[in-house]
Every structure is written in C-alpha cells, then in structure tokens.
Design a protein. Structure first.
Length: 136
C-alpha cells in the first residue's frame, strides 16, 4: 500500500508540474499575459521589446518599451546583449512579427524571451496603460 501511495504522489507532482510548465510555455514558446506583464513593468530583470514599425510605435506603446522593428532585430542584437540574462517580453500588433523576433533572439542565445499573449491589440482591448509621449 505504501508503494501505491508513493506512485500516486509522484504522479500527482508530475501532473501539477506539467500544468505549471504549460502555463508559461505556449504552443510556440514562452508566453506571458498582459496581467502578468503589468506586474513586471519597470522591474530591472524585465525588458519589454516593441517590434512594430516606427509609425506604430509612435502611435502608442507599452510604457518603458524598447523599440527595434522586427526586420532590424538580427542586425541590432548588440543593443540587446546587455539584457541577455533578463526576461525579454516581445510584442507587435497581433503576433506575427513578435514570433519572428522571438525566434531570432532564441537562435542568438537569448533563453528567456517571452511573447506577450495577444500583443498590442489585446493590451489596448484590455484598457491597459499606453504611453503616447514622444519616444526618446
């Protein structure tokens, strides 16, 4: 009977652990929700990367976001190297460009690159803070 309970406990731990991993790991990589990101904004171990066009970036962005258009991420990896050991949260308008940037960063050795679920479209739909001040 003790062996049976041990097996049940181990299986329970494995199932719970798998659930935790699934929560953070989406079908195409690491993901973070808007609600989770709100709690991370401004923390020193977190960098938000906007990979939309210049025009889109100027129209409003997540507060504190760095801006590198997705077509320039590979050429501008040196700018991101100081953040290699941080969580990098990538977003675009709807998900296509952020996935491209996420893959470029992963191939360059960035291990903690998260996709913002729903991207800027969801961020705005959820009435989250948008920075409209001129970018510096």
């Amino acid at each position: 009977m003790d062996v049976l309970w041990s097996i049940v406990i181990v299986l329970g731990i494995l199932l719970v652990g798998a659930g935790v991993v699934r929560h953070r790991m989406g079908p195409r990589g690491l993901e973070i929700s808007g609600a989770q990101l709100v709690g991370r904004l401004g923390q020193p171990d977190c960098v938000v990367l906007d990979v939309r066009s210049d025009r889109e970036f100027r129209s409003g962005r997540i507060p504190g976001a760095l801006h590198i258009p997705h077509t320039k991420v590979a050429a501008r990896l040196d700018e991101l190297k100081p953040h290699k050991d941080k969580d990098i949260i990538v977003y675009c308008a709807s998900g296509v460009r952020s996935r491209i940037a996420q893959n470029v960063l992963a191939k360059a050795g960035f291990a903690r690159v998260y996709h913002l679920v729903g991207d800027m479209a969801a961020w705005r739909r959820e009435n989250r803070t948008v920075d409209l001040a001129p970018a510096h």
